[in-house]
Design a protein around this ligand. Sequence first.
Ligand code: MIG
Length: 805
Amino acid sequence: MTKLIKSIVLALLVLICFVSQALGEIIGSVQTFQDMGNGIELNCTNAYLSIELITPEIARVRVGVKRPGAESRYLEDFSYAIREDLPKIKSSYKVKDNGKSILLSTTAIDVVISKNPVLLTFLDKEGFCLSEDFSPMSWLPAPEGQSVTCTKSLSYGEHFYGLGEKTGPLDKRRSKCVMWNTGEYGDDIRSDPLYQSHPFFIGLKENKAYGIFFDNTYRTHFDMGHTFEDRYIFRSEGGELDYYFIAGPLVKDVVKRFSFLTGYMPLPPIWALGHMICRWSYYPETEVMDIARRARAEEIPLDVIWLDIHYMDGYRCFTWDKSRFPDLSGMVSKLHAMGYKVVSMINPGIKADPRYFVFKEGIQRDAFVKYPHGGLYIGKVWPKECVFPDFTRLDVRKWWGSLYNGLLEAGIDGFWNDMNEPDIFHPQTGTMDDNAVFNDFGLNSSHKKIHNVYGSYMAKATLEGISRLMGKKRAFVLSRAGYSGLQRYAASWTGDNTSNFDHLRLQIPMFLNMGLSGTPFIGSDIGGFFKSASAELLVRWYQASSLVPLMREHNCRGEYDQEPWVHGDPYKSFIRKYINMRYRLLPYLYTCFYEASKDGSPIMRPLLYEYQQDSNTFTLDDQFLIGRDILVAPVLQEGAVRRLVYLPKGNWYDYETKDVLEGNRSMYYDAPLSMLPVFIKEGAILPTKEPGLYTTEKSIETITLEIFPLQTRDSSTSILYMDDGVTKDSPFVLFEFDMKKTENNLCIEFTRKGAFDGIKSFDVKVYSGPPRKVIIDNEETEFRYEDGVIYLTTTKDVKLVELIY
Ligand code: MIG
């Protein structure tokens, strides 16, 4: 009996210890608070809580745990994600003490802070609760800062988007994931974590959206209603509770505001929108030249040929193998003459070889990551023992950036940063040791804090370095790893996928969530990296990728070849057709890139981005939009020759036949292997040009405007952006086309801004029945009508085109 009681008491004690340990410390109650001029700070039992207004729609929440003897209330205020030039905006706000709670209100949101216990509620101006704490913010001691937890209520029917590069469906409701950049070598379709960390998500609740960016670079965990039905949780293994609440109510608003915080993708050189092919690895020179000639002979448009690690001299970065590439600059200039660009790989691991100049220079500069006791951190990667630059140091980034000079002088056009998670051949962790030390702006932080930003900062060093060396020319960098804000430095691809239909399918929600996470320039290895694509898979993958922002075919060594022509006809013609479509739509696609570079609008968008009032779109992730007006519904199943397509409200044009289809319904659409289903929204004006064998082969002097007349609506506006495609501050031209429909009349008003004069005239194609007459700038004009298409030509100075039916 006493034995039993003893063991019960013991069990209870263990339980109590466990529970109190698990709960850690909580924020407590509000004791006093003060107006900070840009928000409020609350002095709570165990921490300071600051709510700072970045804009009337964005509130930054920080918890500074009270630490006896600490010099400052919060940890160092530096972010690896927030842009350095974030404008300081003064928001007007009111603070009111309501006894049990405090109200902080701006023109866009109300934040209610209940005093005991401290709980935050974010409401819109109609009093709708966008988000509320489920339980008080809490933490456990951690070796660096605290392991912090934030728990918020989850309502039935709330959806989640974002979270960056994650597998699984578009809607992240009921999912959980970890942010810890990881090189992934499996073919598991549910692997987590992957290469990049974007601790940002969008909640969509009764058609109203908000966002939360948890700016913490330690390993973070997100549980979006997976473990508990009624709440979602985000927590970190170190650092501080520091998050931004971003009001909507549109998903669009949230994405744009998040991009305002974390910055915009610079407009890339236009060739980076072209089709690219890669192999681990194309070598020697004769093979590269064979590929280059073959693509031209096959008339498959191609802009870029990539050099993977075997071009290097024994895996030494910033060198090349003189037997495989005896005359690298000669080869590159031959490729340039054929219209190609060349991108080559650079990894962070520097071979620990005392005769190798990069190693020697780095040692002299003390540039490499060390252990706390001062010894060099050494990790094994392709070149065997390697050392790793500390990219958190400005002088190291500058030095690293300058190393690209040799390759740039040889003519290389862009760079590819791989293995920068950092991915290390360590049998247990696959990365650096946790106690490796980084300068971190003088804080001497461990790998635990820097790991997730290592890749972004390598990309930053690369982009800033090559930009300095390239003068006015735009730079192109592709990075595998990254943290929020990576878009400022590099495009991303989704790493080592596998040649199967499941992987093709999962790329789509992944790209969509990357776009919603502020990272618009994204693509995957077309055809799949591991294993080899069947002819059918290759065709379907090319179709699905034909308008994806980054279009690169890539394949692992040792697999069967996967270039577009390897399976012969009819497959290569099927592929050619859709690469041609991309090249024809280049002015449209480039305009989408322009918009992304201005305000963070994703290039590739889930339907809910444009149709947020339509709940049918909330989980739809096997079709997508490119810009606002092109809907792509690729076939993603082996053997399928038709698929279900959902068209949101309004009318749509079948891009193949130009038939008008009514929206607000699902329909079966026949799509044999030769077909990619593409639909254009009524009212769209798509700027196109003659496709060439590379992006700049055919001039942009004449742009063909494809006009899809309004049907169920009365007006719509489209734009066309163009510039010289290569220089950073190129003059540009921005056309606006305003379409209006009345009963027997369709008008298009043209306005033009900017000094770029590369575009001289428009060929216009209107998909409609024949008009009685056409009036251009008040003069009746000749036109041709054939098979449902009206053909006109005008100059760039045109003001008004009227079609009278
Ligand atoms: O361990 O450079 O994701 O695209 O071909 C593999 C060789 C290292 C991983 C990249 C892949 C690239 C490969 N790299």
